[in-house]
Every structure is written in structure tokens, then in C-alpha cells.
Design a protein around this ligand. Structure first.
Ligand SMILES: *Cc1c(COP(=O)(O)O)cnc(C)c1O
Length: 368
């Protein structure tokens, strides 16, 4: 009857079993302790009230398929950012778009480049496509344009760059991004992952719209997750038409659900919520960086809605010990060993209560 030997079982294609499954940020505190989840870069102000209302309205129509082209959402995005809706594809979180790009443009034998401390899903999708990840060293916890260009070979098909990057929070000024693009062969797809673009307030930063518009090999990916809609899963890309055409053939026909479409449109209409969120972030990121530095901890300069905090070498004050200490008090940060930072924790900018709580707890922790 059934053959129970392992030899004849279905086998995943080569590469799949080399993947280390993505571990999401922890989201629980010990019983009886108030949870402050600072592990997933969510918006401490929550979703826009308009998105909540829009999602409620959808609830009564859950039987109806969504618009498979997310037309109204693409139009709303186009209006917000001054783009042509025909150059936009929406997705189930921007993770999905990153995966679709890998699936569509990579095959076994191909190489895809990303940097040492890059966002972890790139590696997962490159391996899933059967291609070879090429990991490039960073310089001072920042992408190094020259090192990336030096890693390009005739086999290179994709370059993934998160700008700003997670978990470091560092960014490349746009003249550096342009220089990087200028040095790439034109058949290499340059994926600019601008998941944190809304939070960046730097004159020398651009998310990548101009670069996409003026070339044939650049796409910019964006997400609604970091501004209050992580739960609905909504992302999008802005890309040249030939790439949009390819992705539209590969994606699921209804990849963006009805709740995401309506909550997303409502979020785009609520500029005030966006501005409040960015202002809160700016204020508390600066404050946290200052306070933690005063405590003697090194903080990587971040332009995102999170910071990377480095801990001392001694065991009593290590990142692991700090994680345990903070978690016991309900402050759940993100361990980033998998990102190449065994001595650091990533902290999302939280509510005032959470931010003050973390600083007070760490002051106590470091005195032990
Ligand atoms: C959070 C994040 C994303 C994507 O998140 P989604 O929730 O899938 O939209 C993409 N890139 C980076 C660098 C991120 O930190």
C-alpha cells in the first residue's frame, strides 16, 4: 500500500531545503505583564480611523471577489504619488512582489545580489527561485556601492537594495543610488525596496520614482505595513510597463483582498494620520537614540521607524540578556542574530509609554 520509505516521497526542488524559514518578531509577553510589541516596525498610532471604517464596510460584502486589478487602489496611489496607474502592481504585502520578481526573473544558475545585513526575505526568494544569493559586505552598517558593483558577474540578474535598510535603518543618499544604477549592466533588474520611504526626512533621500521613470531596469517596491496596515497585507510596486506586464502574468488573479483594497484607499486619503505618524516617529526616534546613547549603548543612526541598539560583550549585559530582561517587563524587541547582529536588538519606535519604559528598564539592566 503506502510506501513509507523516505526515498520515494515528494521532494522539494533543489534549494528549498537550504532555506531558513523566516522568523517573525515575537508578539507575546509573560502572563500578567502588559505587552509592548516593538518587534515588527508597526505603527504605534495604529491604523487610520478611516481604514478601520473602510474595513468594517467590507465586512458585509465578504462574499464578493475583489477587483483583481485593484484599479481604484492603483488610481489612488497614482494620484498620491503623481504616477501612471498602468505602471503600478499591487500585492499581498510588498513581500509578495519581491517574491514574484524573483520567480519571474531568476532561474537556476542565475545570481542575485544583496548586502550582508539586508532584509532577510531576499535570500528566501532567491533560493526559492533556485538561484544563487551573492552577499556583499557593508561598510559601517551601510550598503557599499563599490563592493556591490564589484560583485556583479555575467550571471547577475537581480540586485535587491532596501533603502533605508532593515534592520540597520541606514540609507544611501540618492546620488549614491544613481551611481549604483549607472554601474549596473542594463539587463540586471534593480529592485529598490523603499518600505520605509514615508518615514525618511532627508533632503538627499529619494524613494526611487524618478529612477524608475527614466530607466527600463528599475522597480520600486512600497508597503502600507509600516504605517498602520501590517495586518491587511498590502504592498505595491512602481515599474516599467514591460515588468508590470510580466508580473501580471505570474501573480495570483486576486492577490490583493477586498479589505486591503478599501483600507489602503482610505489610508491614502488620510494625510493627517500619515503626518502624525511620521512626526511621532521623528520625535521619539531622536529621543530614544539620545537616551540610549547616554546610557552607553551604541545606536546605528536610523532614518526608519526603528533603531538598532548594540550591547556590550560581557555576558551579563549582552543583547540576549537584555532581550530576556526587557521581555519579562513586556517590552518585546527583535533579536537580529539572523541578520548578522548577535550583539544587537532592533527596537521599533513605540508609544511614549513604551519608549520611556524601555529606556528606564535598560538603565536598570545596565546597572546590574
Ligand atoms: C517590512 C519590510 C517589507 C515588507 O513588508 P510587507 O509587510 O510584506 O509589505 C519589505 N522590505 C523591508 C526592508 C521591510 O522591512
Amino acid at each position: 500500500m503506502t510506501d513509507r520509505t523516505t526515498d520515494n516521497r515528494p521532494r522539494p526542488k533543489p534549494g528549498v531545503m537550504d532555506i531558513a524559514a523566516y522568523v517573525p518578531g515575537k508578539s507575546s509577553a509573560p502572563e500578567g505583564v502588559k505587552l509592548h510589541k516593538l518587534s515588527s516596525n508597526e505603527n504605534p498610532l495604529g491604523p487610520s480611523p478611516r481604514s478601520i471604517e473602510a474595513a468594517r464596510d467590507v465586512a458585509g460584502r465578504l462574499d464578493v471577489y475583489p477587483d483583481g486589478s485593484a484599479t481604484r487602489l492603483r488610481e489612488a496611489l497614482a494620484k498620491t504619488h503623481g504616477l501612471n496607474p498602468a505602471n503600478i502592481v499591487c500585492s499581498n504585502g510588498s513581500d509578495e512582489i519581491l517574491g514574484l520578481l524573483a520567480q519571474t526573473y531568476l532561474q537556476p544558475g542565475d545570481e542575485a545580489i544583496f548586502t550582508e545585513h539586508a532584509f532577510m526575505v531576499y535570500k528566501i526568494y532567491v533560493l526559492t527561485a533556485g538561484a544563487t544569493p551573492v552577499i556583499v559586505k557593508e561598510k559601517n552598517e551601510r550598503a557599499d556601492v563599490d563592493a556591490i558593483l564589484a560583485a556583479v558577474t555575467p550571471k547577475t540578474r537581480i540586485l535587491f537594495l532596501a533603502n533605508p535598510n532593515n534592520p540597520t535603518g541606514t540609507y544611501l543618499p540618492f546620488d549614491e543610488v544613481r551611481r549604483l544604477h549607472a554601474g549596473l549592466p542594463s539587463n540586471v533588474l534593480f529592485v529598490l525596496d523603499a518600505a520605509y520611504a514615508e518615514y525618511v526626512r532627508r533632503n538627499d533621500y529619494e524613494a526611487g520614482i524618478e529612477l524608475v521613470s527614466s530607466s527600463e531596469n528599475v522597480v520600486m517596491t512600497r508597503t502600507f505595513s509600516k504605517l498602520g496596515l501590517g495586518g491587511v497585507r498590502l504592498g505595491w510596486m512602481y515599474a516599467p510597463r514591460h515588468i508590470v506586464d510580466a508580473i501580471n502574468r505570474v501573480r495570483g488573479p486576486f492577490n490583493v483582498n477586498a479589505t486591503a483594497i478599501e483600507a489602503g484607499i482610505a489610508a491614502l486619503e488620510d494625510r493627517a494620520h500619515l503626518e502624525r505618524s511620521v512626526e511621532h516617529n521623528e520625535r521619539w526616534r531622536v529621543w530614544l537614540t539620545e537616551k540610549l546613547t547616554e546610557l552607553g549603548l551604541r545606536v546605528t543612526p536610523s532614518v526608519g521607524n526603528f533603531i538598532l541598539v548594540h550591547f556590550p560583550d560581557d555576558e551579563a549585559h549582552s543583547a540576549t540578556a537584555a532581550d530576556t530582561f526587557l521581555t519579562a517587563r513586556g517590552y518585546v524587541l527583535r533579536a537580529v542574530t539572523g541578520y548578522g547582529f548577535p550583539k544587537a536588538l532592533r527596537m521599533s519606535i513605540g508609544t511614549e509609554e513604551a519608549n520611556r519604559g524601555v529606556v528606564d528598564s535598560l538603565a536598570e539592566f545596565l546597572k546590574r
